[in-house]
Design a protein around this ligand. Structure first.
Ligand code: NAD
Length: 482
């Protein structure tokens, strides 16, 4: 067998192996085979990366750079990203199995995120404060926090890095990125562009490896001032504990069990297509996956007919092929997890309408059929817990108040969809649904201007929008006795 491509880490502008020269394999979910090797970082490597980022934070090259200059650098990076989107999309598909056309679609939009934040660089302003003291001139200014630790999961490695990196850098911070152990390659390929754009060495660093080896020492490091985390609940709890070491400011973007609510006055075809995209896009591995659909009982039969006809035609296949409509899930462990949930759903009395197993024609790789369960009540685990796979739960409702209660009967509070032609109803429901994002007659739309984030077990803090630049700064108040 030919030797696998080896990736080192990026620290202080240099490509370095781990302190003990160990590597681990990264797998292609479409084949179930390893395709590259990634440096397996250690506590010593974290120490080096954080120290380097800390030194870079205070270096003349970065600390004395004007906000406008930082904006220019980020714009240059966005231009380079535009040139390299297709190859970066291929690395993401190789690593996490998402469809190449889905990855290209997502990444082609990503330069907009960098341009948006580049445009905000010179709008990070303070204010004068009219204090009740004579002869005092008092003002506040926003200054960067220091070293940011950005920790990302495997489902959208680059997107979830950009919405941390762009606001952090324009505000003047430095960053240590720790990508998921399942999807490190696209980030390592991307930082080559950071280097090319001319960011000073040490401003952006990437450390690779496992949670216990590098995640823990990174999030508890005394020189880390801000942790931007996207991932699962269990890891988030650990990070919150670790941050008691450094009191780093936190944002936690976690999971969801998002509802799509379909009223009988909605365009049922659009609602069904929206529900399908909401759950089967990214093979269900999306934090905002619309994994529960509530349909008004009057519309149920017609809606389900449209939905199931389309779901039964979804083409499962190689994610690199333009023909495929759903690819594999990202890890073998995730595949087993989905199977466990499907068995549980059946045991708990949910009715399996379609799917529910690995497709027989895709023996290699980690594929699972698009699956739909019908429920007569909201009590089963698969209605409550995040599966993070292509499994949809559907249920009818009668009254508006009932569906609001159903939608909110979850420990999560990330996203919700509402399908109706009644604008007043859309407003009413959107106000009462406990979710950080509500989409009406659409699902999964994103923009750099629109914040994303949740409440309850979906975490706290927002990413995207002007607010998120402010989250990478702190206010300094200056008193001048005139
Ligand atoms: P995960 O929590 O297992 O891993 C996320 C990252 O945390 C990885 O880089 C991992 O190596 C790291 N990590 C693991 N242990 C750590 C530790 N002790 N200290 C610090 N870092 C550690 O999550 P995952 O399985 O990669 O991703 C799936 C989860 O992410 C799902 O729950 C999903 O809903 C969530 N997610 C949320 C959003 C959002 O924006 N809200 C987006 C995508 C994914």
């Amino acid at each position: 067998m030919s030797e696998l491509k080896k990736y080192n880490m990026y620290i202080g502008g240099e490509w370095v192996p781990s302190s003990d020269h160990q590597y681990f394999e990264s797998f292609n979910p479409a084949t179930g085979q390893p395709w590259c090797q990634i440096a397996q970082g250690t506590k010593e490597d974290v120490e080096k990366a954080v120290k380097t980022a800390h030194d870079a934070f205070f270096s003349d090259k970065w600390a004395d750079m004007t906000y406008t200059e930082r904006g220019h650098l980020l714009r240059k990076l966005a231009d380079l990203l535009t040139e390299h989107v297709n190859e970066l999309a291929e690395f993401e598909t190789l690593d996490n199995g998402k469809l190449i056309r889905e990855m290209k679609g997502q990444l082609h939009y990503m330069p907009e995120f960098l341009y948006y934040y580049a445009g905000l660089a010179d709008k990070i302003q303070g204010e004068t404060l009219p204090v009740d003291k004579k002869n005092m001139f008092v003002f506040s200014e926003r200054e960067p926090l220091g070293v940011v630790a950005a920790i990302t999961p495997w489902n959208s490695p680059l997107y979830l890095t950009f919405i941390k990196l762009a606001p952090a850098l324009v505000a003047g911070n430095t960053i240590v990125i720790k990508p998921s152990e399942h999807t490190s390659a696209s980030i390592l390929e991307f930082v080559k562009l950071v280097e090319k754009a001319g960011f000073p060495a040490g401003v952006v660093n990437v450390i690779t490896g496992f949670g216990k080896d590098v995640g823990d020492p990174l999030t508890s490091h005394p020189l880390v001032s801000r942790i931007a985390f996207t991932g699962g609940e269990k890891t988030a709890r650990n990070i919150v504990k670790n941050s008691s070491n450094n009191f780093a400011q936190l944002s936690l973007e976690l999971g969801g069990k998002s509802p799509n609510i379909v009223f009988d006055d909605a365009n049922l075809y659009n609602a069904a297509m929206g529900a399908i995209a909401g759950i089967f896009g990214a093979t269900g591995q999306s934090c905002v996956a619309g994994s529960r659909v509530f349909i008004h009982e009057i519309a149920y039969e017609e809606f389900m007919d449209i939905l199931l006809t389309r779901v039964n035609k979804i083409k499962i296949g190689d994610p690199m092929s333009a023909e495929s409509e759903i690819g594999p899930v990202a890890t073998y462990q995730q595949l087993q997890n989905i199977e466990r949930y499907v068995d549980l759903g059946k045991k708990e009395g949910a009715k399996l309408l379609t799917g529910g197993k690995r497709p027989i024609h895709m023996k290699n790789g980690w594929y699972f059929e698009p699956t739909v369960f019908e429920h007569s009540n909201h009590s089963s685990c698969i209605m409550k817990e995040e599966i993070f796979g292509p499994v949809l739960s559907v249920m009818t409702f009668k009254e508006e108040t009932d569906v609001i209660n159903l939608a909110n009967s979850t420990d999560y509070g990330l996203a919700a969809g509402i399908w109706t032609n009644d604008i007043a109803k859309a407003h009413r429901i959107s106000k009462r649904v406990r979710a950080g994002i509500v989409w009406v007659n659409t699902y999964r739309a994103i923009s750099p201007i629109a914040p994303i984030g949740g409440s309850k077990l979906s975490g706290y803090g927002r990413e995207g929008g002007l607010e998120s630049v402010h989250d990478y700064t702190q206010k300094k108040t200056v008193w001048i006795n005139t």
